[in-house]
Design a protein around this ligand. Structure first.
Ligand SMILES: Cc1cc2nc3c(=O)[nH]c(=O)nc-3n(C[C@H](O)[C@H](O)[C@H](O)COP(=O)(O)O)c2cc1C
Length: 215
């Protein structure tokens, strides 16, 4: 007899020998599926086969929260900083506009990162907004620390008025001055005023989802 599997995030029921790789309703992966027993089936037999009642509250709330967070959309940015003659940059998805007037944005930066150290010392950072062919930049700046390597080596870059390095191959760049910061546990949330902006290219920005899909 065929088995039934329930998505513990959205309640979708899948019939087959194994759970599906991805839930077609909410996108949760196979690990979020649980086998439905005969007793369960009896109690849910009157429900639609495609979408059952959400069972989040009775199952794994943490998993549901993870899935919910996974569904927030982000862009991808190279955050740069400079202090005491040292330049560095890192990849970040947590960069977002807070207000347009005044032009103000926030970034979430891990306290362990070299970039964090430079931003705290200088109170300034740069943002290069990646285009949709920027996967190599995300890898170069996102998977190793500038404490060990010069991430700008061989790259086409220019320096902004504030002193931070900016990528030549970006849709736009911005420079920002930190206004305030908040301890967010592992990360610091930096709130900053945008002091400069330049438009370098036309096109669509890279999103985190696009990066994951094209890796
Ligand atoms: C796609 C992607 C998104 C990332 N987003 C963030 C982020 O929002 N905040 C953060 O602190 N680190 C983020 N990282 C991790 C940093 O880029 C990474 O830890 C980097 O090596 C830190 O470099 P640094 O020590 O030279 O500053 C991201 C990495 C990738 C690949």
């Amino acid at each position: 007899m065929e088995k039934s599997w329930r998505c513990t995030v959205c309640g979708y029921i899948h019939t087959g020998e194994n759970p599906p790789e991805i839930c077609p309703i909410c996108g949760a992966d196979a690990s979020f599926f649980e086998l439905v027993t005969q007793d369960d089936k009896a109690s849910t037999s009157s429900e639609s086969k495609a979408v059952a009642k959400p069972v989040v509250a009775q199952t794994d709330e943490k998993a549901a929260i993870r899935q919910a967070l996974y569904r927030i959309s982000y862009g991808l940015y190279i955050i740069t900083a400079q202090s005491e003659g040292r330049d560095n940059g890192q990849c970040a998805n947590t960069c977002f506009q807070i207000t347009s007037d005044p032009a103000r944005l926030a970034i979430g930066i891990n306290k362990q990162n070299f970039t964090h150290e430079l931003i705290q010392k200088s109170g300034k950072f740069g943002v290069s907004v990646l285009n949709q062919t920027g996967q190599d930049y995300a890898r170069r700046f996102g998977y190793r620390s500038g404490r060990d390597v010069d991430k700008f080596e061989g790259l086409a870059v220019h320096r902004g008025e504030s002193g931070v390095i900016l990528l030549d191959d970006a849709l736009v760049t911005m420079q920002a001055t930190v206004l305030n910061q908040m301890d967010a546990g592992t990360h610091t949330l930096f709130l900053a005023d945008v002091t400069n902006g330049e438009i370098l290219q036309e096109g669509d920005p890279m999103t985190y989802a696009f990066f994951r899909a094209s890796k």
